[in-house]
Design a protein around this ligand. Structure first.
Ligand code: GDP
Ligand code: CA
Length: 314
């Protein structure tokens, strides 16, 4: 079974980790959001790409889900002691990634080339692709009329400002990564991981070209909301601020035009009928991933569900 999976950061990476345990490298490709990328202390940071790669390399911090395990913070502390910026946390090991990425970008390599080199060094066998080699920057327009860079909103301001709408600067001129389109064309099913639909998945889907190729394939999405709540981050808060009650149904509705199958939590069982009314095939199960075992169990269920969907369409 060949899967092309779309992912953001921490939520998406958990399911990708499970899928990577079950599928060989030629049966799983991962297409990652880079709308969160930004510059900090002169360095090019790609938070979601790093989270996915560190997770697949088993190098991720198991408590936060982002950053490196067994990290040390000498440089962060020294920068803080010099009154430098400290709102974005970069440990020493993580810093090496950003320094080298910046250096290689300045040498003229593309983000996808650099990601492939890093993956080789980290022993990540499954292909991980940035959604595009062109820059797309998520900007949060707030109810107060401010325009905030995504990390400024997400980390510095801890998602407190009320969202009015999102803008993906550069999206019209960005092109899907050709290898990512090839992976979609070669796959049996496209899977949307449980990532934030607004800021982790939309930037991918809104690059001209992705939806057109995804439409040719069955698409399965896993809900990032359980009981109307996000497990981490602002997904539920954003739904509410944009005037939509956060729920599994709201997530399904977000992807409705391209969705074949939807996986959501037992807690939200009562939404089944409403979701099936759109002729979406549903799987109600436990979608909470507290540990590695949960990731592998959910990944197995996702693959079995994809088989069912393929059999139905044959
Ligand atoms: P970020 O870029 O690091 O914010 O990560 P993502 O967009 O990939 O993931 C954030 C989303 O993951 C949030 O909406 C969470 O609710 C969701 N999430 C986190 N852990 C889990 C989990 O164990 N199961 C499910 N279904 N969703 C999760
Ligand atoms: Ca992110």
């Amino acid at each position: 079974m060949k899967i092309a999976a779309l992912a953001g950061g921490v939520g998406g990476a958990k399911l990708i980790h499970g899928l990577a345990k079950l599928l060989p490298p030629d049966e799983l490709s991962v297409i990652v959001n880079t709308g969160d990328d930004f510059e900090y202390l002169g360095l090019n940071i790609s938070p979601d790409l790093d989270t996915v790669c560190y997770t697949l390399a088993e190098l991720a911090n198991p408590v936060t889900g982002w950053g490196r395990k067994d990290e040390c913070w000498t440089i962060y502390q020294e920068i803080a002691a010099l009154d430098g910026p400290k709102w974005f946390h970069i440990g020493d090991k993580d810093l090496a990634t950003h320094i080298l990425r910046t250096y290689k970008l300045n040498q003229g390599l593309t983000l996808s080339e650099i990601t492939a080199e890093f993956c080789r060094c980290w022993g990540v066998k499954h292909p991980v692709f940035p959604m595009s080699d062109q820059s797309v920057r998520t900007v949060v327009h707030t109810a107060e009329g401010e325009a905030l860079g995504f990390q400024e909103y997400f980390v510095h301001q801890a998602c407190e400002p009320v969202v009015e709408h999102f803008e993906f600067v550069g999206i019209e001129d960005a092109r899907p990564l050709p290898q990512a389109i090839n992976a979609i064309e070669a796959c049996d099913v496209v899977v949307i991981s449980p990532s934030n639909p607004w800021v982790s998945i939309d930037p991918i889907l809104k690059i001209p070209g992705y939806v057109e190729s995804i439409r040719e394939k069955p698409l399965v999405a896993v809900s990032p909301l359980i009981g109307g709540k996000a497990l981490k981050g602002p997904a539920a808060k954003i739904y509410a601020e944009l005037g939509v009650t956060p729920s599994a149904w709201a997530v399904a509705s977000h992807y409705k035009d391209i969705l074949t199958g939807f996986i959501f939590d037992e807690q939200d069982h009562h939404e089944l009928e409403k979701i099936e009314r759109w002729r979406i095939i549903a799987l109600v199960t436990d979608i909470l991933m507290k540990n590695d075992q949960d990731r592998f169990r959910l990944a197995e269920e996702v693959l079995r569900f994809c088989e069912t969907i393929l059999n139905r369409s044959r």
